[in-house]
Design a protein around this ligand. Structure first.
Ligand code: GTP
Ligand code: MG
Length: 360
């Protein structure tokens, strides 16, 4: 049987929109939080510069693209010259030791990870920090996210809401707390959620976000490559109007409601891949992200690939951001989207109440 749907009124969406804006304002990092992180960043930079004097040091992730929460972490990437004498894994060991000797004791060196990193937490400030090496793709995809975030404020607000939703997911299913030492299997990263939202906003009718990679490829001839991947995109947002204009006037409330509905009911989990690069859904088949292929490569690789939930990295086309998700965790994640839709359709709840209820 089908539950009769609640009619979502303009008033409902208006209240929900206001509630989203209020919540985001509360949780996003304040100037003081950013200052504390600046101090820790400068300290780590000074330690790293002593060991790798010719390196360039960058921030990436939320601290750089403006999506930090009050207790957000710092992502740091150190670039040494191309034929540097040490591998990224060795650099992790060398800098890791140095940081330990400098009084950072909450520290873990992930040497065998797909991307080797130092995971540390500064006890005085309570701030967590990831430090990696030679990860130019991460610096580049941060720039891409940053460009998208300048186009439409509704995208930014949705990302913040997705972060609280994700923290809630991680909390109920995987741990009481987001412990920096354990990268939870089955969970999605903030980065994956960001791509899920861009994908959703690109296929909206009319779209809320354009396809910055396609705009570049269609209009320019000189391409930039990192690790063999074409990483070009149109980033001159002040001049975007020459190529694309938004005709979407929906409220934030409407978009959030349909975002939950999309990942609850409409996303083609079985056959599809969300692709921000292609600007829509592509098939698992054409990427060979199929079960047979998964089985094949996992025979030889130590890092397991999974294709239950597929979100393509915009540049590193072989990387599925949904990789940590298996059948069980997909069931749970999708179940939470379904639960959110049920809350939205609850006739007794107003636009003000539903958001709180969804995020518990
Ligand atoms: P918070 O740390 O939750 O505030 O969000 P964030 O925006 O920093 O995202 P996250 O920590 O998930 O990822 C940081 C950056 O790592 C992203 O912006 C990407 O540039 C890069 N990245 C690339 N691939 C991956 C991946 O598979 N997992 C994660 N977590 N990050 C990736
Ligand atoms: Mg981060």
């Amino acid at each position: 049987f089908k539950q009769s749907e609640k009619i979502l009124t303009t008033e409902f969406y208006k209240e929900l929109t206001q509630e989203i804006n209020k919540t985001v304002h509360k949780i996003k990092a304040k100037p003081n939080d950013l200052k504390k992180r600046e101090i820790l960043y400068n300290y780590i930079k000074s330690v790293a510069k002593k060991i790798f004097p010719d390196s360039k040091i960058y921030r990436y992730g939320s601290i750089e693209n403006g999506f930090s929460l009050t207790d957000g972490d710092i992502d740091i990437c150190i670039l040494n010259k191309d034929n540097f004498e040490y591998t990224p894994a060795e650099c992790v060991e060398i800098l890791g030791e140095k940081l330990k000797n400098n009084g950072i004791d909450d520290i873990k060196l992930l040497i065998r990870a797909r991307v080797p990193i130092i995971k540390m937490k500064d006890n005085r400030s309570g701030i967590s920090c990831d430090i990696g090496f030679q990860n130019r793709l991460a610096i580049q995809n941060t720039k891409l996210i940053n460009a998208y975030s300048k186009i439409d404020n509704r995208f930014k607000q949705m990302v913040f809401i997705s972060k609280i939703f994700n923290i809630y997911l991680i909390t109920i299913y995987w741990s009481k707390m987001k412990n920096i030492n354990e990268p939870y299997m089955g969970t999605l990263s903030s980065y994956c959620f960001i791509l899920m939202i861009i994908h959703f906003l690109q296929i909206r009718k009319p779209p809320v976000l354009p396809n910055l990679q396609k705009i570049y490829l269609n209009n320019f001839k000189e391409y930039e490559y990192i690790d063999g991947f074409n990483v070009s995109f149109f980033g001159d947002i002040n001049n975007l109007h020459k190529y694309w204009n938004s005709e979407n006037n929906e409220s934030l409330g409407e978009l959030i409601v349909d975002f939950f509905k999309y990942y609850a009911n409409d996303f083609p989990y079985i056959s599809g891949v969300a692709s921000v690069r292609a600007g829509g859904i592509i098939t698992k088949e054409e990427k060979e992200w199929t079960r047979e292929h998964q089985f094949e490569i996992n025979k030889t690789n130590s890092v397991k690939d999974r294709y239950w939930f597929c979100v393509e990295d915009p540049f590193e086309l072989t990387h599925n951001l949904g990789r940590p998700v298996d059948r069980k965790s997909l069931f749970k994640i999708r179940g939470e989207f379904l639960k959110a839709v049920k809350i939205i359709n609850n006739k007794n709840l107003s636009g003000i109440q539903v958001l709180e209820k969804i995020l518990e």
